[in-house]
Design a protein around this ligand. Sequence first.
Ligand SMILES: *Cc1c(COP(=O)(O)O)cnc(C)c1O
Length: 417
Amino acid sequence: MTTSATRTHSEQQIALAEEHGAHNYHPLPVVITDGLGTRVTDVEGRGYLDFLAGYSALNFGHRHPGLIAAAHAQLDRVTLTSRAFHHDRFAPFCAGLAALAGKDMVLPMNTGAEAVETGIKVARKWGYEVKGVPEGRATIIVAGGNFHGRTTTIVGFSDDPDARDGFGPFAPGFVTVPYGDSAAVAAAIDETTVAVLVEPIQGEAGVLVPPTAYLPELRQLCTGADVLLILDEIQSGLGRTGATFAAEHSGVVPDMYLLGKALGGGVVPVSAVVADRDVLGVIKPGQHGSTFGGNPLASAVGNAVVDLLRTGEFQERARVLGEVLHSELSALLGHGVVAVRGRGLWAGVDIDPDLATGRQISEDLLAEGILVKDTHGSTIRLAPPLVVTEEEIREAVGALGRVLAARTASALVGDAH
Ligand SMILES: *Cc1c(COP(=O)(O)O)cnc(C)c1O
């Protein structure tokens, strides 16, 4: 062990973080100080290409000039009023986001998990007041492998032991069926069902794209059984897949969108439930809220995000450059990569588990100046900011190719011994 005098800045920062920061994450060993667009710099002055983009919170890149200008302007006016009063950034944000989604109303919150919690509350209340489910009996159908956040209610219907074990007892009222299986949803629906809650593409599960017919079939089932379809587009939405919402690729419109991550432009946490009046209108004053939800700074930034998405430019970039990303990645199939999934600028890449774990590949790529993160086991997720260039995509996938070739070569040497 080196003494602190000979440790690098990074090593000192990481040691201090491990001493005083709770260990609820296992970050890669890089300490970032600055970011702009697709690039970040660490405390040693090394540059990296960010191919995680804050789990898609940074869809517009680090410090997008329009978003930073909106935030600066708002910082000089008013930042928090609470919802006890109106403020002049709230209406434009809600009206703009509702229009972008083709819905009537927006209920702004802060984190993604809060948007999911809000969706659950709205669906249950709708179930009792509109559908006529007997009080206390509402159920919500969810999918295996889901990731919807970290609150106690939400982890209670996760099937990831790390997310769940040790945190019970959990809230009842959820029924889990396999993801991508609409027949299982059909079989699970009964008179107590108020909603089906799924991710249109499962992010944390490794960017799992369901069968083409899945979302249209869920839409039909929900409409037929008077059940709300809630799509968690917190990671998949707002441009990532080459459309404003991932469900657009299937021509599906949910009853409720859950949005977060990129809605805050990588500047502040902003999340929202977006739905029509006949659904969101069930919430009356005093029944739900958040001190910070819809605050002036969040609304100003959220509104600037909506402005960026209104032109379709970012969706188009994700679509066109997504084809480059996926074709480059396909070339690595059989060369250390066993599967590639995803849509737009979003890819789950399964590494041959005999070669390396996702964590090892992430560390190898870090040394090459590319930031990615493993999801589970041998899967890494690539999700660059949508401002990424074609050359940067080739640079990152080229580095992945080199890393895999090096791992393959050392595995061969190992076998020969
Ligand atoms: C990240 C994420 C959430 C939770 O968002 P937080 O802001 O971390 O609470 C919920 N659903 C999906 C699909 C996500 O990717």
